[in-house]
Write a protein that binds this ligand. Structure first.
Ligand code: SF4
Length: 301
């Protein structure tokens, strides 16, 4: 690859020299000299490291051990919000809209760099921003927003999610808590309810199969019966918890799409405790961490 192409990509992604150094593992001093032209003939391995940082899709060509390392680096950067993401590979395609995940600077967060050309902050419709900010003035929304901010700040990296959920429930003054559970995770939901009762809440649960309706009766193809005849009924779960006037609902392992319906129909705020993933022990992010290795099918054409 031409050095000029790499410089263009660096500019396009909005990386500073320090960011590129961090991402590529090339010492900043070395990188500065290369970029300023002081180093006329950089080592091949150095150029390769820079290229891989700028074109993450190239990591797929690395031998397994390196690919695994690259995956961890990518994950770490994403966690701390400083680095590129795999979606940068879409830069090579013409028909995509660049957005925050394609950003190399996250200057809206760090305020120490430049904004990329496509930055959503600098191109923001100010009316839309004002409209969003106005929502926080509504007392019920303000309570949720401030409670969420305090729970995060006061317990950052100290509390588990169930503990944070309890703190959040306390802060918004919730008493009656709905537990919308997958029938397959009733054991886990029992523990949730037990903990909530211990903490003085009034939990009320409803399982997804409640009402015992058949999938085929709403038009699902017969093959769907292979994993169970009766349908999950998230609309009923939401409506039942609405009828019980819950102050907060906790979602425990509803299936993809069933959770969407629950969010849509629930009156009270919903927080998700468990995101179902039958393959990964309800830890869906593992597939993303391993998308360059064991789950490369996710990125294959
Ligand atoms: S708002 Fe702008 S600076 Fe922030 S992540 Fe999105 S593109 Fe990057």
């Amino acid at each position: 690859m031409k050095w000029e192409d790499m410089k263009n990509r660096k500019r396009e992604l909005g990386y500073s020299n320090a960011q590129l150094s961090e991402l590529s593992g090339v010492p900043l001093g070395t990188l500065n000299k290369i970029l300023s032209g002081d180093t006329k003939a950089p080592r091949y391995a150095t150029l390769q490291a820079i290229e891989k940082a700028l074109f993450p899709e190239k990591r797929n060509e690395a031998p397994p051990r390196q690919a695994a390392d690259a995956g961890r680096i990518s994950e770490g950067k994403a966690t701390y919000g400083k680095g590129p993401t795999e979606s940068m590979t879409i830069h090579d395609k013409k028909d995509v809209t660049l957005s925050c995940v394609d950003c190399g600077t996250q200057n809206c967060l760090f305020q120490n760099s430049t904004y990329p050309d496509f930055c959503l902050s600098t191109h923001l419709d100010q009316d839309l921003l004002a409209e969003a900010m106005k929502e926080y003035e509504k007392p019920e929304i303000k309570k949720i927003a401030l409670s969420a901010a305090e729970v995060e700040a006061d317990n950052y990296c100290k509390m588990t999610r169930i503990e944070e959920t309890i703190e959040f429930a306390k802060k918004i003054g919730a008493k009656k808590i709905g537990v919308a559970t997958c029938a397959g995770l009733v054991k886990e939901s029992r523990m949730v309810v037990r903990i909530l009762r211990k903490r003085g809440f009034e939990p009320i649960s409803i399982a997804c199969k409640c009402g015992t309706q058949k999938k085929v009766d709403i038009g699902a193809p017969e093959r769907c019966e292979a994993v169970g005849v009766y349908m999950c009924n998230p609309i009923l779960q939401a409506k039942y918890l609405n009828s019980q006037h819950t102050d907060l609902n906790i979602l425990v392992g509803l299936c993809v799409g069933h959770d969407s319906m629950f969010y849509k129909y629930a009156d009270a705020p919903v927080t998700t405790l468990i995101a179902k993933d039958r393959v990964l022990g309800h830890n869906p992010v593992a597939a993303l961490y391993q998308a360059e290795q064991y789950y490369h099918r996710l990125l294959d054409d």
